[in-house]
Design a protein around this ligand. Sequence first.
Ligand code: SF4
Ligand code: SF4
Length: 351
Amino acid sequence: MNRSPAPLYFFRRFLFLASKNRIVKRHRIRYLLWECTNRCNLDCPGNTVYCRKEKHRLDMPAAHFLEALDTIPKRYRRRLRVIIAGGEPLLRTDLPEIGSEISKRGISWGMVTNGTLYSQIIQDKLSAVGLGYLYVRIDGMEATHDRARNNIPNFRYASQCISLALAGDRISVTVLTLVTGLNIHQMEPLYRWLSDLGVKSWRIFTADNLDGLSFRKLLDFIASKRRTAGKIPDIQFGCEGYLGPYEGKVRKAPFFCWSGVNIGAIYNDGGITGCLNMDKRTVQGNIYESGFYEVWQNKFILFRNRDWLKVSRCQNCEDFRYCLGNGLHYRRDTRTEVKVCHLSRLLESEK
Ligand code: SF4
Ligand code: SF4
């Protein structure tokens, strides 16, 4: 394994480490993730990146979310982005009204969708009220992607959705891919297919059980595509974990889990946490009991003082300074050890 990250990375890491404490202390909210529904029209096994499906509950009324949003001081609105996730957000018929209300407040917004219900009409309606960012999952070539959804045909809808949004030229499209043992061998064809579609931004995540060799293969793939600056200039490994020797090669910025530092999240039941991928036991409050911003300001210690993450294998880890105990979504609660250590996964694959 080539162990030297790009030289510019060391400079970026130095700057980041020098300013990290100040950034954490200020904790300016930049992203607010909202789980607007738990309903979904697909049937993926388990909950995945930016998509948590639970037993059906009523959707949070738009007014309750907007009330929570309004607790954020106006001076932070200009740089704030609301990302609407689910379930499947397009199952809500009031999305245009919600988008309009968010835009009226001078806040940009985007949405995670499986694309099934997306159409030119929907796009026109949502664009007119400020839809600026679209995140669409593609988990492999057609048969593999659909198999991951219990064979419900979704691939062609997701691709149509991506094509429509790219043709519209007003929406920034990011494709999200969860890499598993089933699609790891499809990265090259998927790259070609996405680039032919005109995709410029691709975020790649991994399943917890991806083996070390496949993981390394994936990181080499991303690093080589970034090096050659091909047709998808913004291909990056997701934020999920610290990558040791691959830091600086597969992502632009040094690893840091921004959960609760510049990302806040509201679950459909009103629970407030740092990121929708977090374990629900990390909820810090509820919009039905306190103002969102009050909780953001006065709770959230869990996310901002990360000394508690120095347990078990992280305790004597030489890379703790850079990793800080990996993505927070790998902790069930404050007592348990990290569920996945990407660095160990890499090192073990070298044996
Ligand atoms: S042992 Fe912990 S701190 Fe060290 S690299 Fe792994 S997750 Fe990060
Ligand atoms: S918890 Fe942190 S690492 Fe995990 S998805 Fe959220 S921001 Fe990324």
